[in-house]
Design a protein around this ligand. Structure first.
Ligand code: FE2
Ligand code: FE2
Length: 208
């Protein structure tokens, strides 16, 4: 009889631990990760479409820049998903919205606006939630994505300025690089020792 009572008690304890673990799930962070993945997935699809449009309009260097940016956004999706999986969730792969495509000049402005929204509104809104819920992995992936988007917007703005001034993309870099760890984008890595966002070695960078 004593053994039965002891066993029942143990099972009850295991049950309580399981319930308390479940109730401690950082639900707000999980929700924000899924929302961030939707945003990054849409950005990925937009840049694919913008790359094709730039090539069609005779801007091969801008096409390459957008192609590299496509990969950068895919890296953000992958990094956010890695945190979701660590939290016990399934990998989240939403279907992207059909992108609105205009002229390359307008697409660049739209890309700048999209990135600016991400680094001024989305990630600064998500980071405090994950700090509060103590999900360090989410804080890291959001912070890295935020700084990568700042740099994306800066490079798109430079590109747009050159395109407007010259009417072509000949002065825009013909080779672009992406840090595979954080999605940072570069048009020049000469003399660079490490990725300024994540510290990765430039030898690992993807080339476009
Ligand atoms: Fe991104
Ligand atoms: Fe990096």
């Amino acid at each position: 009889m004593k053994r039965v009572i002891r066993l029942t008690g143990m099972l009850l304890l295991v049950g309580i631990i399981a319930v308390s673990c479940t109730s401690k799930k950082p639900e707000k962070t999980i929700e924000s990760l899924k929302s961030a993945i939707i945003g990054e997935t849409n950005a990925n699809a937009r840049y694919q479409a913008f790359s094709l449009k730039a090539a069609e309009e005779g801007y091969p260097n801008i096409a390459k820049m957008f192609l590299a940016a496509t990969e950068a956004e895919a890296i953000h999706v992958k990094n956010h998903n890695a945190v979701l999986v660590k939290l016990g969730e399934e990998v989240f792969n939403p279907i992207a919205e059909t992108p609105e495509v205009s002229t390359t000049e307008d697409n660049l402005q739209s890309a700048i606006d999209g990135e600016t929204y991400e680094f001024t509104e989305i990630y600064p809104g998500f980071i405090p939630i994950s700090i509060e819920e103590k999900v360090d992995g989410a804080v890291t992936t959001y912070t890295r994505a935020k700084y990568a988007e700042v740099n994306h917007a800066k490079l798109y703005a430079q590109t747009l300025e050159i395109l407007r001034e010259k009417g072509n993309d000949k002065e825009i870099a013909s080779i672009w690089f992406v840090c595979p760890n954080c999605g940072n984008l570069f048009n020049d890595i000469e003399g660079l020792n490490h990725c300024p966002i994540c510290g990765d070695n430039p030898e690992t960078f993807l080339e476009f």
